[in-house]
Every structure is written in C-alpha cells, then in structure tokens.
Design a protein around this ligand. Sequence first.
Ligand SMILES: [Mg+2]
Length: 406
Amino acid sequence: MTAQRISEISVTPITVAYRKELGRNSNRENIGANNTEWLVRARTDGGLEGLTIANRYMRVFNDFLKPEGRMEGLVALLRETFLGKRTDEFLEMNGGDAVGVKSPFLDVFRTHGWMNILAFDLVGRDMGVSCVNMLGGPQRDRVDAYDTTLWHQDMVTPENAARQEGEDAAASYNDGYRQFKIKVGRGGRWMLPREGMQRDVEVVLAVRDAVGPDCKIMVDANFGYDGHLNLLEDFVRETLPADIFWLEEMITADVEHYREFRRMRDRLGCQAMLVCGEVDRTPISPVFSDLIGEGLIDGYQPDTVGVGFSTWQAIGRRLESTSVLAIPHNFGNGNFGTRANIVFGAASKGFATLEDERYLPNIYKADGFAFADGSYAVADASGLGLDVDDDTFQRIYAKNEVSISE
Ligand SMILES: [Mg+2]
C-alpha cells in the first residue's frame, strides 16, 4: 500500500471559551474568558485529514518584518514542511510503533513540536493505528485530569476574596473534578510579599474546605516566591493541613535553591512533590537534567503541544530510570491540547495527570473520549481520533480559513 500524499493544508483561527473568566497568576494580567485555537487541517489525496494547532507559532510575535506570529510565516512553514509529502516520510516506524523522527524532519519537529503531532495524526490515520499505540500502547484505559482554572479569582471578584476560589472549586467538584490546581505567588507582584503569602494560604485552605479530604490539591506559583524562601517556608507550614499534592514552580529552577527548598520541605514534614519544567523549551536542558539527576524534583513539565510527542517519548525514556513523573504542561492549547494529552497520558508509563482548562466544546465532534468522575475515557480510534465538525466549521469559521494546495 502506498502512503498518501498531503495535497492541501489550511489554517483557521477558532475561538475557544472558558467556563468563567480566569484571573491572574503571579505575573500575568487576567487571562479572560476566551482563547484561540489556530487550527491546522492537513488533507491527503486519499481523503484523510490530520490536525494540529499552531498556537505555539502564532503567539511569538516580534514585528511585522519577521515571520513568527504571522499567517504568512505560518503558511510558508507548513507548505515547506508538509505540502506534497507522503505520510511515510516523517516518522521512523517499527510496525505500528513510532520509534523516532526521520532525519530531514529532526530539526523542524524539535523546534515546532506541534508539527510533530500533526505527523503522528496523519501517519496513524493512514495506517489505521491510534496514536496511543504509536506511542507504545496503552498504559491505562482512563486518564486522570485536574482543573487548572483556579487562577487568582479573588482578583476577578475582590469582594469575595479567598471564598471565591472555594466556590469555584465546589462548582468544579459538582462537575466531576477531583483534582484542583491553585495559582499562588500573589506576593511576587500583585501584593506585598507577606500579605500575598497570607492570601495564598487562605485560598488553599478555602479550596480544601470546599472539596473535602479525598481530592488532590496542587499549587503553582509561577516563581512568585523567588527571593522569599522564608515566606515560602511559612506558606508550606501553614498549608500542611491542606495536604498539598504538588508544589509547582514555587521558585525558579536552580540546583542550590532546590536543595534548600527540599530540605525545608522535609524538615516541615511536608509530603508534596516538587515539580517544574514547563519553561524548558529544549528539554532536557542542563539545569533540569541536574534537578532530575540529583533527585531534587518529583515531576517534570514540558508542554506536550510545544515539544511534540517524539521529544516527550525521549524524555519518558530518560525519566524511566528515575522516580520523576511526567506531568506535561497544557495551558493555552485549546480542546486540541486536551486530546493530545489524553493520548500521550494513555501511553506514557510515568504519566501523572492531565492539565485540563475545561474549555467549552467548540469545533470538534463529540466522541468517546468523554470526561466523568475525574478522568477521561480513552477511545480506540486511528490517529488522535479527533474530527472537525464540518457543519459548525462552515457556518462560523470557514470565512476565515486560509488554504494552500499543490
Ligand atoms: Mg504551571
């Protein structure tokens, strides 16, 4: 059987909506209520369609004389990489297993991991194999997910202060979520350091109160405790009753600082994992390699859509000889990112849980990858199993579709 050829590619900005307005984190203004998925559809001469999103390309914008962040640059990159290529030109396959990237695509897929995921989807669809199987086969039949939308909601609704996040968490619990990540680090920028730490503590305790003792609670400071290890110690001590599951990016990755942080955590009798790595765009960079090698972190977090499946496969092989879990970052990746991470999580041996932005359904057909009781089902489907709902696409979005063909 001859592999199919990619004959047409299009890019369309698709709106995706949160279930509420998201507040700040330690360093960014309010996220707001919407995001965009830069949907890439690649069609073959045999009638297949593979998907990815180009958010990682479109959000890098320097000026109008540079290609990044502009439709013109994106279309040129897609044309050069995919148009006219056969689906068997991208990945090294061993039967249905993807075992590497073919050399002409090593650099481009390393730089643009989201294009590597498109290659997986196209190959899987052409071979009739699921991306879960291409990634080594299922390790689990459901993938746990955590609600990642508890930003600084107290700053969206200041009159409610810490109570707001408790109410948001309770609503999310009623929707079936059993794991919740809370943005902390208010004292880094938005509040005075000690007052910010106190509010962080209040919020964490309010969420624990709201969801009961059996749920997992994580916190993420986006480095908001940099320069304040003393206040971080106070935060860890005062939140001990909340039994935090992981402490994410409390401080910038640095071997000396993490040694100190870990000693402090142990001294206080805190069981929380220390996790970081979403800022690593070229994994595994030296500082993270040192943190992993010295056992100073418990979870590592490069973004799945940012770095691609093949790079995460290589990371996974390295992590297997350690106790460090794979906890990919997945923020800003739309509903496509949720699917990509369900698929990766289903196949990854050391996977912990999926970062879920809880977007409303937008452009994709409903299918068997359904959420219930804190986790997603993994359906059997070729490629990513994700399909565009063409009625909705034609009705709302087709007028903004930019298409290129051979
Ligand atoms: Mg984070």
